[in-house]
Design a protein around this ligand. Structure first.
Ligand SMILES: Cc1cc2nc3c(=O)[nH]c(=O)nc-3n(C[C@H](O)[C@H](O)[C@H](O)COP(=O)(O)O)c2cc1C
Ligand code: SF4
Length: 358
């Protein structure tokens, strides 16, 4: 067994998600290539440089779920990925690997390519489905889960592009061999994207469980200049770590224990010249701009958080209430995760951001 878990952020076991769709008639497979995390470009590289692998992974997932229809949703800011996928799709159809239309009685899946809605939240699976139905890219309540009622009410499996790109290798080499990489709880490898502050920025494929120190010092070569203050890992909904945290392994579990999250594993370095208050304001600004507005805890909470961060005062009580409301009552993981990301920033900076650590 490969033990493959989703690489889109939540780390949900792939086999369980595929089983949940239950091979019911009309099942649709969606490859999520919306990749909104600033600092992450793993899916872009896969779609641009190995579109055949992405399509093969999607087709294999369709077979596993009994789905006749697959969709690759590509972030609208990725025109090259879009063009490469269209090209690869045309070849796959011409070579007989994928069906041309769905009314031929051909058992092979029909695949189409769609463009994202150009917002961060539109990468969340229910928002992505809304976008594919032509509605605004806003999250919807779950349940029903997409595997029960997704696109146009049919069972829909949404998997990240990197997740699907792992599937051909697993089928070729076997699940047990894949599971030899990584840890017993979190198997396999992950593409890690390193920001331009590092000596060797770029995407590196590492086994899950690799110590952060190896990634940051050996692979990335440390910072080009200045001293490391904090690392942001997993994008805006991820979290922050300090130089003292580098011995922890790259796994969701270990990062969660430090109040961070693996997310899509982008790693952005900030040096000691960075003003933590500016970083804090930036998180709230991003949250307020990207909140889809479908629920009030997040729509109003992100604006209030931005106001508090802009005044530069120690927030204490009003913030405590706001953070609890957002974490507990927001409709999707966006609003629920923002306070956790802020808390982890405050923990990383200690007394410089006192009051935001709740
Ligand atoms: C605000 C928000 C944005 C998201 N954006 C993406 C994204 O760009 N790409 C992605 O694969 N998953 C994204 N996700 C996660 C998806 O909802 C979903 O869990 C994922 O696509 C499932 O694929 P996986 O099981 O292969 O990880 C996002 C989630 C949230 C809450
Ligand atoms: S939590 Fe934020 S992003 Fe999610 S549905 Fe509510 S308003 Fe939209």
């Amino acid at each position: 067994m490969s033990g493959l878990r989703g690489r889109g952020g939540a780390g949900f076991p792939v086999a369980a998600k595929w089983a949940a769709a239950g091979a019911r008639p009309g099942t649709v497979l969606v490859a999520n290539g919306d990749e909104g995390d600033p600092g992450s470009y793993a899916d872009r590289l896969l779609m641009e440089q190995d579109p055949d692998r992405v399509l093969e992974g999607l087709a294999l997932a369709c077979y596993a779920c009994g789905a006749r229809r697959g969709i690759v949703l590509v972030r609208s800011e990725y025109p090259r990925a879009l063009a490469r996928l269209h090209q690869a799709l045309a070849h796959a159809v011409a070579d007989g690997h994928l069906a041309d239309t769905d009314d031929t009685g051909d058992p092979k899946p029909v695949v189409e390519i769609a463009q994202g809605a150009g917002s961060y939240v539109a990468g969340e699976e229910t928002a992505l489905i809304a976008r594919l139905e032509g509605a605004r890219g806003c999250a919807r309540p779950r349940p029903p889960y997409p595997t029960d009622r997704g696109l146009w009410g049919t069972p829909t499996v949404v998997n990240n592009v990197e997740t699907l790109a792992s599937v051909p290798w697993i089928i070729h080499h076997g699940g047990d061999r894949y599971a030899r990489y990584g840890t017993s709880q979190e198997s396999g490898t992950k593409l890690v994207c390193l920001s331009e502050r590092f000596v060797r920025p770029g995407a590196f494929e590492v086994a899950l469980g690799t110590p952060l120190r190896r990634i940051v010092t050996e692979l990335a070569g440390g910072l080009k200049s200045g001293n490391l203050a904090v690392l942001q890992i997993g994008g805006p909904l991820g979290g922050f770590l300090t130089g003292d945290d580098l011995d922890i392994p790259l796994t969701s579990q270990a990062l969660a224990a430090r109040g961070a999250a693996l997310g899509h594993a982008g790693i952005v370095a900030f040096d000691t010249d960075t003003d933590p208050a500016e970083l804090l304001r930036h998180i709230w600004e991003f949250a307020a701009q990207e909140s889809c507005g479908a629920c009030s805890p997040c729509r109003i909470g992100t604006r209030q958080g931005l106001e508090l961060a802009t005044t530069g005062t120690t927030p204490r009580q009003p913030y405590e209430r706001l953070a609890r409301l957002m974490s507990e009552a927001s409709l999707c993981a966006f609003g629920r995760r923002v306070p956790a990301a802020v808390r982890s920033l405050a923990r990383a900076y200690g007394k410089e951001l006192a009051g935001w650590d709740r």
